[in-house]
Design a binder for this molecule. Structure first.
Ligand SMILES: [Zn+2]
Length: 282
């Protein structure tokens, strides 16, 4: 599969306050596509001085995907969530003799998969923005249209395809389109942010740490701006104690820095609502 540059239009705004003064006709609907069990020691970095005593405790959290509907520009998905293969198989039909070692397990009820939600609404997707390439955020690609754009952050690596272990997530896709954040405007205190539809409605924000090319998203709708942190902040507790994850995480220091940028941003712009990565806002 080819990796090609995502073509960005010249950014419309340079500061968040100008962005928020020009809300756009976009709305979001969030779908739960399954459940994953996280351990609190790892979801919260137990070694961080502000972590307190983090219990060795499992928590079940939702696996989410978010549908962005723009009145003029159409429908886009933020993450693909899970396809229906997890309903009968917690490893989602991953093939290969080592799959039992490497593959994460998820739970899924009937009619939770991403295509079910989209078909029910008659949604015609124009593109999918993938925050990062972990299976709980991308496995749904397998049941989505292939003739649309799939967009990732530059530097993102697909760690899911290892020898003797193959999920087939990209089968049938011609290319992944990557956003090169080094060419994108810095939007403090968050860092590089790309105006991906070109009208200030939807922003992809570079928040590395969980993975090398991780993106969070900001939707600038008429009901007020909403930040979708995705896995730059798994759950509310990360925000409350100001401590990022250490488990499931590529670079713990970078993840902590990205979380601190988010906290500073939320303090500076209290009008922004926040939705954490493994939280269902509906
Ligand atoms: Zn992840």
């Amino acid at each position: 599969m080819k990796i090609v540059p995502f073509s960005l239009k010249e950014g419309s705004k340079k500061e968040w306050k100008d962005v928020f003064n020009n809300p756009r006709p976009v709305k979001v609907e969030s779908f739960k596509t399954g459940t994953v069990t996280l351990n609190m020691r790892g979801t919260i970095n137990p070694k961080h001085p502000n972590a307190g005593n983090v219990e060795d405790e499992d928590v079940d959290v939702p696996i989410m995907a978010h549908l962005v509907h723009h009145d003029d520009l159409g429908d886009y998905l933020l993450d693909a969530g899970l396809d229906a293969s997890y309903c009968n198989d917690p490893r989602g039909n991953v093939k290969g003799i080592l799959s039992w070692i490497f593959t994460d397990e998820y739970q899924q009820e009937k009619d939770e998969n991403i295509a079910y939600h989209l078909n029910k609404r008659g949604t015609k997707l124009k593109g999918v923005f993938l925050s990062h390439l972990h299976s709980d955020h991308m496995a749904g690609i397998r049941e989505l249209p292939h003739d649309i754009h799939y967009v990732i952050g530059k530097g993102e690596k697909c760690l899911e395809s290892k020898p003797f272990h193959y999920g087939g997530y990209f089968k049938g896709l011609e290319a992944l389109h990557e956003i090169d954040f080094s060419t994108v405007e810095l939007m403090p205190p968050l860092g590089p942010a790309a105006d991906v539809l070109g009208d200030g409605s939807l922003w992809a924000i570079y928040t590395p740490g969980h993975t090398p090319g991780h993106m969070s998203f900001l939707v600038n709708g008429l009901d007020g701006p909403v930040l979708y942190t995705i896995d730059a902040c798994f759950i509310r507790k990360n925000l409350e104690c100001g401590v990022a994850s250490s488990g499931y995480t590529w670079n713990v220091e970078m993840a902590q820095k990205s979380l601190e940028n988010i906290l500073e941003f939320l303090k500076e712009y209290p009008e922004v609502r926040v939705v954490c990565g493994h939280e269902d806002p509906e």
